[in-house]
Design a protein around this ligand. Sequence first.
Ligand SMILES: *Cc1c(COP(=O)(O)O)cnc(C)c1O
Length: 378
Amino acid sequence: MNKLLEAHLLPTYARAPVTFVEGDGCWLIDDNGERYLDFASGIAVIGLGHRHPASTRAAHEQLDRLWHVSNLYWTVPMMELAKKLSERFDGARTFFCNSGAEAIEAAIKYARKATGKAGVVALEGSFHGRTMGALSITGQTAKREAFAPLLGQVSFAFLNNSLSLRAAALADTGLIIMEPIQGEGGVHPAEAEFLRAARSLADELGALLCFDEVQTGVGRTGSFFAFERVGVRPDLVTLAKGLANGLPIGALLVADNAIRGFEPGDHASTFGGNPVACAAACAVLDAIDEELLTSVSTMGERLATGLRELPAVRDVRGAGLLIGAEVEGSAAEVAAAALERKLLVTTCGASAIRLTPPLTVSASLVDQALATLKEVLA
Ligand SMILES: *Cc1c(COP(=O)(O)O)cnc(C)c1O
């Protein structure tokens, strides 16, 4: 079955040998009826768990009413979602698209238009997506080199090294962009001091500061935005992964006091702001309250503490339920062995596994995952 279908897909992914047919909270069910504990969540996407009643009901009701109209007109779910996001990030305005990379493309264009400056400062080890603009500011040579030439005027600084950030910035810098916690690059948190340095540098240069919260946003780290935990306010924020609990959506949020950029005609997306995705996202935002965020922190600490106690784990990093664990040996082999024991985890780099369970995960499921990992790492 898998082999047959493989012949019809371009080989962009080294997929694991399993086909999933159903989701249920923190569980996935494969085509043989086997149940798997999902500590990947589609890579930090299924924040509320599979088939969460609120987002499922919201999407269903919208499916039965209206699927699509052009962005030449208004729709209720899009307006409601923009209002909810604006409330979360005091007065911000949103552009909707369909993925993380698209949100990044919008940020690059917005900064260019607003500042009139084409230079971008990004970080080594970062990940911002696979489209040409997003790839150009992704600080990972292996992902970039086959696709040169990419955007010019991009320079890379080192995470948590303010001097290198300053050195990378030039007079033509219009955008400084970073993940508050580098996700795909290995779960490396940016220190508060470094984020503050980026804020000051952007102000000095008349550049916009963008936090790419595609992975860290929507409650993943224990606050709605990861930047809230350090108190540094960006000009731009990108969101995507967890925003609609699995339906495709991306968003660029622009702070109310940021330099004005886009005018009608500057940017667009046919599917952006899709009513079904926006309706599901509204339900997600309603579900992310203080109680859930507290649970994300508590469960995250439980998971991190348990991981630190495992003998083959060298380092544990992250915040909330975005956790990276440096393991002895190959992370890919650990992930494969976990899958054999019906636990899904992902990797981030050659020697780190990444744990991103649904934000709704319970203590007993955290313990169950830890017990499985203990066996795997023994
Ligand atoms: C996943 C990710 C992206 C890219 O999102 P896509 O939806 O895959 O295009 C961008 N930035 C960060 C921080 C991500 O984790």
